[in-house]
Design a protein around this ligand. Sequence first.
Ligand code: AMP
Ligand code: MG
Length: 310
Amino acid sequence: MKSIQSNIKKAKKYLDKNHCIAVPSETVYGLAGNAYSDISVKKIFNLKKRPMNNPLIVHYFDINKLKKDCHINDNFIKLYNEFSPGPITFVLKLKKNSKISKFVTNKQNSLAVRFPKHKLFRSLLKNLDYPLAAPSANISTRLSSVKASDVNEEFGLKIRYILDGGRSLIGVESTIINLLNEPVILRLGGLDIYKIEKTLKKKILIKNNFKKKIAPGQFPLHYSPGIPLRMNAKKPKKNEAFVLTKKRKVSYKNYYYLSKKNDLKQSAKNLYSLLRKIRNDGYEMIAVEKIQNKGIGKTINDRLHKASKY
Ligand code: AMP
Ligand code: MG
């Protein structure tokens, strides 16, 4: 308990000085900085090598802290009451007098906000008098981090501090919903869209192409292990690692299990760390067996599809 408090204090000290640190969350680890500080926010983009026109998600302790920066609406309140804190990000209208750095939003008048559930992240946010901009703690286009050692592998000594909160329980990023007008899903994620539809009592459109925000000609590659990956494979080719979700009668050295029981939640939790392991084991190609396209399986397929653009 004492060490938790002293770690939070240490994290706060770095953030107060405009440094970036890594923070644990239930989705994936974040690379966090003071969202009100231009200096901190620019550091995040530089460290990640992220294009400045790809806006960041800002993390708040609760709705009271959010109200300083954003206008809220009925759909937001319904979803916030049901799913926050948790793996859902809301795009809301930014208030004119908000102190959010213009670099966070790429000068737009909307802001993506989330209320993370991880205990350490929450107690950190509670102790700060500013919200945290925190994209995933990885080099742009690469695999997200789900534990402290992944963050180390991505950034090494370039970041000052990692608040170690163990392994991320969900393992994939948040679901993003735009609530500026009629609700629209912008990114599939850790929260099943079906649950959102049930709460709002209507079918929600999915529009997850980001043509407008991504510079022309920019590669749609994302979530990549840095080696070629193919989906819906029946069997591996020579020298390929084979990623499976159900136990096979015979296993070979190149067989890697996301789950042995075809459990989609467990597969999502293991996704990024398994792909990282395969690359670190020296494989140069990955084949993934067909993954059921339902629930969080849709999110897994979305990530694999983007990773396959290598
Ligand atoms: P990441 O931080 O890597 O998890 O990615 C954040 C995602 O949120 C990106 O896909 C952004 O395009 C999206 N995003 C952030 N802010 C906004 C916004 N104001 N409007 C629409 N999408 C946003
Ligand atoms: Mg990311």
